[in-house]
Unconditional design. Structure first.
Length: 148
């Protein structure tokens, strides 16, 4: 296990899920880091870190069909660093609004699809390949710290 993953697990165990998200948010330029739970046809925010400490009340609950999470759930991952220019998002209500998004599905303790873990921003933000590889490991660790 790499050092960052060991550090994250220590933060999660000692200080909880929100502190773990703060740790993860500090590793990227993205303003927001969040966990969303799939609840029927809605993505409901479970935890959110905002570098600017303002929050996003409009994104506390998002219809699955309007969320970028739908693509992470469907495809096993979804990344866009400039959604306004991403042709696969043409016609999507948040295209160009949420400019960058990196999302991965989370499985519950029962192995069923639970929701997503994501970084996102209203500005264009790329993510390094090494960081994305790390986030794939994070997505396998986080389910231990999710509400049931």
């Amino acid at each position: 296990m790499n050092n960052a993953l060991i550090q994250l697990e220590s933060v999660l165990t000692q200080r909880g899920r929100h502190a773990g998200l703060e740790f993860l948010n500090g590793r990227v330029d993205h303003r927001f880091t969040a966990i969303y739970r799939l609840d029927n046809a809605l993505m409901k925010n479970v935890d959110l870190v905002d570098k600017e400490r303002i929050g996003l009340p409009d994104l506390q609950e998002v219809p699955l069909g309007n969320s970028f999470c739908q693509f992470a759930l469907r495809d096993g991952q979804f990344l866009t660093s400039a959604s306004g220019e991403d042709r696969c998002l043409d016609g999507h209500p948040y295209q160009g609004v949420v400019s960058s998004y990196v999302g991965l599905p989370l499985l519950g303790n029962d192995g069923q699809l639970w929701g997503t873990f994501c970084h996102f921003d209203i500005a264009n933000r790329p993510i390094q390949d090494e960081e994305f590889d790390f986030l794939q490991k994070v997505a396998r660790l986080l389910p231990r710290y999710l509400p049931r």
